[in-house]
Design a protein around this ligand. Sequence first.
Ligand code: NAG
Ligand code: NAG
Ligand code: NAG
Ligand code: NAG
Ligand code: NAG
Ligand code: NAG
Ligand code: NAG
Ligand code: NAG
Length: 636
Amino acid sequence: MLQRYLLLPLLASCSAAVTISVSKSGGNATSNLQYGAMEEEINHCGEGGLYAELIRNRAFQGSDKFPSSLDAWTAVGDSSLSLQNLSDPLSAALPTSVRVKGSGSAGLINSGFWGIDVRPQKYSGSFYVKGDYSGSFTASLSSLDGKKLASTKVKSKSVAGEWVQHEFTLNPKSKASSTNNTFSLSFDGSKVKDGYLDFNLISLFPPTWNDRPNGMRRDLMQALKDLDLKFLRFPGGNNLEGDTIEGRWKWNETIGPLKDRPGRATTWQYGETGGFGLIEYMEWCDDLNLEPILAVWAGLALNGDTVPESELDVHVQDALDELEFLTGSVDTKYGALRAKYGHPEPWKIKYVEVGNEDNLNNGLSSYKSYRFAAFYDAISEKYPDIQVLASTIDMTLEGKAGGDYHLYDTPDNFVKKFDFFDNQSSDHPILLGEIAATEFNNGGEGINWDDTNFSLYPWWIGSVSEAVFLLGAERNADKIIGTTYAPFLMNLDSYQWSPTMISFDSNPDNTAKSTSWHVYDLFNKNHMTDTLPATSKDGFGPLYYATGVNSETKSRIFKAAVYNSTEDVPVSLTFSGVGRGTKADLTVLTAPDAFSMNEVGGANIVNSKTTTIKAGKKGEFSFKLPNLSVAVLTTN
Ligand SMILES: *[C@@H]1O[C@H](CO)[C@@H](O)[C@H](O)[C@H]1NC(C)=O
Ligand SMILES: *[C@@H]1O[C@H](CO)[C@@H](O)[C@H](O)[C@H]1NC(C)=O
Ligand SMILES: *[C@@H]1O[C@H](CO)[C@@H](O)[C@H](O)[C@H]1NC(C)=O
Ligand SMILES: *[C@@H]1O[C@H](CO)[C@@H](O)[C@H](O)[C@H]1NC(C)=O
Ligand SMILES: *[C@@H]1O[C@H](CO)[C@@H](O)[C@H](O)[C@H]1NC(C)=O
Ligand SMILES: *[C@@H]1O[C@H](CO)[C@@H](O)[C@H](O)[C@H]1NC(C)=O
Ligand SMILES: *[C@@H]1O[C@H](CO)[C@@H](O)[C@H](O)[C@H]1NC(C)=O
Ligand SMILES: CC(=O)N[C@H]1CO[C@H](CO)[C@@H](O)[C@@H]1O
């Protein structure tokens, strides 16, 4: 005491330390809080992103909203392309194909999802063709200036009146200087009997994660794996709901052979092929060890249309069928279908979310009065072990059901909601299904949905504010199932919503893990199994924190963030039962300034520094945390 008093004049600019004492026991019940991811077809998260298909508009799929087109395609030489609805299409699901007419070198060229990454690795391709042709096809990857990067000849098996699939591989010898490359498929028009050939479902994949056919892009899966997340919420958000009831996401149209998947209009300004479907989501969970949180369609479309109570049964049954498809034994109707598609082993589903944001678009009154209950009752009856979640917390949830809470806001408002979960009832668990600081501070006005000025990437002050909010959740971790940033992925060449957790373009070398990625990484990898109560004479702010223990390692854990401080915050932290000389690792994340971002193709600007510190005489860990920092201390 005396010593500190004497030292005070020397440290005139330093305020006294924030003194925090953490008890040995007595905290909240076991913490459930896990860090996870959410999937929504937006920003080419899946198609043109995680889904490794390189050919854009591979099967000329269309809808009322986005009619079939020749988007991304051009003709080789002076041949010509036209869309056709043939009387004998490739399949009922893929009614439109392309006709390539030409007498010399003819064919079609695809520009990919804004470029095609070409490097020395094996590319697996395939296409369907119809027409009497005796020559061979040439499949190639070329740079925009016409340089051939890889090429292979495919002997024609094509005959009149029948769709015949051809397969090929391409093996570039070296890495292209950029991703400004194209794929082309050509043939000798002089050897075509009718003067044209019809093509459909033209596909090309690079090596995928775990070498799965129809699989996922490796660099993006790696960026997710590096986070070691624990759950995946899918299929996410508005895209599940659809613009109209008919336009909803239909699980049974995303399974089976690619030629039987019709695709649909997403709610996000582009069509999806259906190639990245329900089974692919489950394989994603399998590959990264993620607990699936399956969302089922719940009778509300984005235009505000709801299914009346008298007509809801068929949709409730559809959700049960989907669950049977995923979890039923091979003796059940849909379990057998799953087996037929290569997955005899049933999956396990522990969480089902009923709908998405049913508090919006006029959905809440029907959700409260009959929609939620209809799904809840039917699912709980057949699957009593499933935790059913409502898509909102704006209703009474009484214990059995959980709720999903979404928050997009300014950094200041995130920080102001630090105590949000202190105020939540603990009689139902909460999923933080979509969380992101999106808009810059604007003098307290808060988020403006009409004039959105969202940041392109997560930026440091936003990420710190998310950390503060998440610390509020960590303090109340018994009430929380988990948290996920949203949306998760963005293709910088075509996006509808920023910021996102991970951003990318067609070049895997450019993938950017955001500043928020680094916050999630630090908090997730220091999991508290139990919270421990802390006492301090100082209130929260500018230092925010949560304290607990990992019961397996016995490590005591302190997670913290500093927001809006004019100076470094000195901390004196003691844990009951942790004595003098105990060592602890302190990791502190900082960034050059409040607006620093991790950008596609740029370097990581988050500075992570870990030091080992020793507890002093009274078992106190003394350290300082700078303004706009996020930190974790763990005892050894
Ligand atoms: C093919 O059929 C679709 C659906 O009826 C229609 O919208 C489209 O215009 C047709 N395309 C052609 C090329 O006839
Ligand atoms: C090549 O790609 C870059 C980046 O994607 C783009 O800016 C440029 O315009 C492209 N070049 C051509 C010739 O299209
Ligand atoms: C999918 O299920 C719906 C019922 O919800 C049914 O009307 C539709 O025909 C099914 N589609 C396929 C491709 O089986
Ligand atoms: C941070 O400081 C600014 C400027 O003093 C203030 O307007 C804002 O409300 C503060 N934010 C929080 C969350 O305290
Ligand atoms: C939580 O409750 C306290 C006490 O009633 C209140 O002051 C605070 O504003 C509430 N916080 C939020 C985020 O609603
Ligand atoms: C968006 O926010 C940035 C950063 O605060 C600001 O510079 C810009 O003027 C804003 N744009 C609009 C249209 O409000
Ligand atoms: C601390 O961060 C806030 C933003 O929260 C900023 O306004 C302020 O200038 C920073 N203070 C210092 C001393 O850097
Ligand atoms: C259920 C319960 O006791 N929750 C508490 C967990 O800890 C936080 C912070 O101490 C309290 O605010 C909660 O009430």
